[in-house]
Write a protein that binds this ligand. Structure first.
Ligand SMILES: [Zn+2]
Ligand SMILES: [Zn+2]
Length: 320
């Protein structure tokens, strides 16, 4: 089974995105790139080099529903008539955009984000949406954990690896322990756990960082020899990267706990302290990161959490 990485430009800060062509029947594309002319052209060029036409694609598989990964899915599906689109059911972003936004707004309010900031985050969010088409619920099939994507020569095992987003999935070729991991594993950056509603109970927050740690440990249990990420070069020393991620997360945990004043702090205030002077574009990511760390510390019993005036306040545990 031939895995062909194709790098595509994106208009986002993170830079180019990697999509993966499985040049084997049924011809499968894992992720698609954003809906831009540049990404579309680069994708076609990559396919051409691999002697594949868009119309040959039978399956479009999405690691997750961020615009840089899923943007072209719908137009490719339309062009490759009857190609099947597969995504995890927890990756709801592109089915119910509006609803998701309302849920997001409630989460941001509880995290102490001021209303004016929420308005500007919404503007940004809608700006980003233009880089992907939405799907209706009946237009895609579900990726299910532990099932297989079969090919004429081999298979990829589907691993649900939540954390970066609730429905993030990775794909394991067991024969040589190669993994395609989307944004779950990135060589040069620790993936950002994005603030998301819990897919099971949208009035709650998804425990992104705790889930992420479980996903990383699960990937590690397969002792991968090569991991293809959503951005940057492949990782051939997963163990080293795993240890580096864990260290980085633990160091940040310690810092976050140390920064909590006795009077308590909201996630928004913590984000200001952790990332002072963050520009517009990155404030949502900053508050996501703060929430993720505060929630993890709280779930491990290291800090207290209470609701005051519609906002969640985190406090040190032994403030006597
Ligand atoms: Zn992503
Ligand atoms: Zn990405």
């Amino acid at each position: 089974m031939r895995i062909v990485p194709i790098s595509l430009p994106t208009p986002f800060y993170i830079g180019p995105v990697n999509v993966y062509l499985i040049a084997e029947d049924p011809i499968t594309l894992i992720d698609t790139g954003p809906k831009t002319k540049e990404a579309n052209e680069a994708l076609r060029e990559g396919l051409r080099k691999a002697r594949v036409r868009v119309s040959d694609i039978r399956r479009i598989v999405l690691t997750h529903a961020h615009e840089d990964h899923c943007g072209l899915a719908r137009s490719l599906r339309d062009e490759a008539k009857d190609a099947q689109v597969l995504v995890h059911s927890w990756e709801s972003g592109h089915r119910v955009g509006r609803l998701e936004y309302e849920e997001h707004r409630a989460l941001l309010t509880r995290a102490g984000v001021p209303p004016s900031e929420i308005v500007s985050m919404r503007r940004m969010y809608e700006g980003v949406r233009q880089y992907a088409d939405s799907f209706e619920a009946d237009e895609y099939s579900e990726l299910r954990d532990e099932e297989e994507l079969e090919f004429s020569n081999g298979a990829l095992r589907i691993l649900h690896t939540p954390g970066h987003t609730p429905g993030s999935c990775s794909f394991l070729r067991e024969a040589d322990r190669t993994v395609i991991a989307g944004d779950c594993v990135l060589k040069r950056i620790t993936p950002n756990p994005i603030l998301s509603p819990d897919p099971v109970d949208p009035s709650k927050r998804f425990a992104s960082l705790a889930e992420y740690l479980v996903s990383l440990a699960r990937l590690r249990s397969f002792a991968p020899t090569l991991v293809h990420g959503g951005h940057g070069e492949p990782v051939n020393d997963f163990e080293e990267l795993f240890n580096r991620y864990f260290r980085a997360i633990r160091e940040r945990q310690t810092e976050v706990i140390r920064l909590i004043p006795k009077s308590g702090v909201t996630a928004w205030e913590m984000a200001q302290q952790m990332f002072p002077g963050t520009d517009d574009v990155h404030r949502f990511l900053a508050v996501s990161e703060a929430v993720a760390h505060l929630d993890l510390a709280h779930s491990e019993g290291k800090i207290a959490l209470e609701l005051g005036d519609g906002k969640e306040i985190y406090r040190p545990i032994s403030s006597n």
